[in-house]
Design a protein around this ligand. Structure first.
Ligand code: ADP
Length: 401
């Protein structure tokens, strides 16, 4: 039984094909720079070399067409017939408050997704184009939408509301939604398995630290708060995003620089801030770590700020949850940078959070415990797998139908 996972971005389509019997990825790749002369198609099937070729694709439909025809290629493909694909799982960035779980696509669902265009205009229309392309290319094969926001829909109103006039919530849907939900959910399920508990019995803080970062408070397997907000800009200091700041800073910057447009302000906060903005070097943690080793003070400041923001969220959610079973680190930084984990958990012995420095510093690719033996709160590194989670969700939705 095979599930195709599709992720349509603004100018790219990524895909992964899973054989669900053993949950193995058998092919993956992406079409990048759609509509541009430098468009290319990168793909890899299990046991074969990665290939990359320039291609001519003017829209998402053509990209999906290219991917399907490659999957069917008699020599280098992974399937003989499209009927081998049991379901298609689509990654959807924003489901607003319309979608609190993964759903099977029908006309109603498509209409609901269209209503989410305004809330994530850079992503949702492309997801929609991808869904329509797949429907035309693979008629009769069920499509399932898996939302980055869905796992966070269990937050109580006092956690998701912003204290601005209520009409902005009613009219403009302004509230906290949270992101990375598919990753947080996957990590929560794996953490429960590692701790030998049912997900419904677990109290956990999940730390997804990548280019974009978010931390989530999970009570009895359900999200009760998360650090990202109306958009991914809120919360931690990130690669190029500022995270939480006093909103009056924006008003001040705009008053002092009257020529700045809202698009420029958006870029400043999303693309020029965070590690990049503070260090003046890069939003990439690898560059920051190297610069710190070379004695760069601003890189060190950026690093310290990121770690401190993670620590603050951990402590805040520890309190909100009234104690936890574990903390799980995931994503590029969470999985690979021991010094960030160390700083984020530093001096928290009073909260029964204690890292084993040696375990933390031992490199690894697998799920592992990094807490000290006596630490009541178990600290874990859990490599995320959003694609597999989407494939699992697609299977689950069909099984429940
Ligand atoms: P995205 O949010 O784009 O999915 P990732 O989860 O891939 O991001 O995380 C990217 C971040 O992780 C970058 O800052 C990168 O430098 C960092 N990172 C990834 N691998 C390593 C590593 N081995 N050592 C240090 N930093 C790493």
């Amino acid at each position: 039984m095979k599930v195709l996972v599709v992720n349509c971005g603004s100018s790219s389509v990524k895909y992964a094909l899973f054989s669900m019997t053993h949950e193995k990825k058998i092919a993956c790749g992406l079409v990048e720079c759609i509509g541009l002369p430098e468009a290319y198609f990168k793909r890899q099937s299990v046991g074969q070399e990665e290939e990359k070729t320039l291609c001519k694709v003017s829209n998402h439909f053509e990209a999906v067409e290219l991917i399907i025809s490659h999957l069917l290629d008699p020599e280098k493909g992974s399937i003989k017939n499209v009927d081998e694909i049991y379901a298609i799982g689509h990654r959807i960035v924003h489901g607003g408050d319309k979608f609190s779980d993964s759903v099977l696509v029908d006309e109603n669902v498509k209409a609901g997704l269209k209503e989410c265009f305004s809330i994530a205009p850079l992503h949702t229309p492309h997801h929609y184009a991808g869904i329509e392309a797949v429907e035309k290319m693979l008629p009769g094969i069920p499509s399932i939408l898996v939302f980055d926001t869905a796992f966070h829909q269990t937050m109580p109103d006092y956690a998701y509301m912003y204290a601005v006039p209520y009409e902005y919530y009613k009219r403009d849907h302004v509230r906290r939604y949270g992101m990375h939900g598919t990753s947080h959910k996957y990590v929560m399920q794996r953490a429960a398995a590692m701790l030998g508990k049912n997900p419904e019995d677990i109290n956990l803080i999940t730390c997804h630290l990548g280019n974009g970062s978010s931390i989530t408070a999970i009570k009895n397997g359900k999200v009760i708060d998360t650090s990202m907000g109306f958009t991914p800009l809120a919360g931690l200091v990130m690669g190029t995003r500022c995270g939480d700041i006093d909103p009056a800073v924006l008003v001040h910057i705009m008053a002092e620089n009257p020529k700045i447009t809202s698009d420029e302000m958006n870029d400043l906060l999303n693309k020029e801030s965070g590690l990049r903005g503070i260090s003046g070097l890069s939003g990439d943690m690898r560059t920051i770590v190297k610069a710190i080793q070379a004695g760069n003070k601003r890189a060190k400041l950026a690093f310290d700020m990121l770690c401190y923001s993670a620590k603050k969220y951990i402590c805040m959610y520890y309190g909100v949850l009234n104690g936890i079973d574990g903390i799980a680190f995931t994503a590029g930084i969470g999985e690979n940078v021991p010094s960030v984990r160390e700083k984020a958990c530093e001096n928290l012995q009073n909260l029964n959070i204690e890292l084993d420095i040696e375990k933390n510093n031992t490199p690894g690719q697998d799920e592992r415990f990094i807490s000290a033996d006596g630490s009541k709160v178990k600290i874990m590194v859990i490599p995320t797998n959003e694609e597999l989670m989407i494939a699992r969700e697609a299977m689950k939705v069909l099984a429940d139908h």
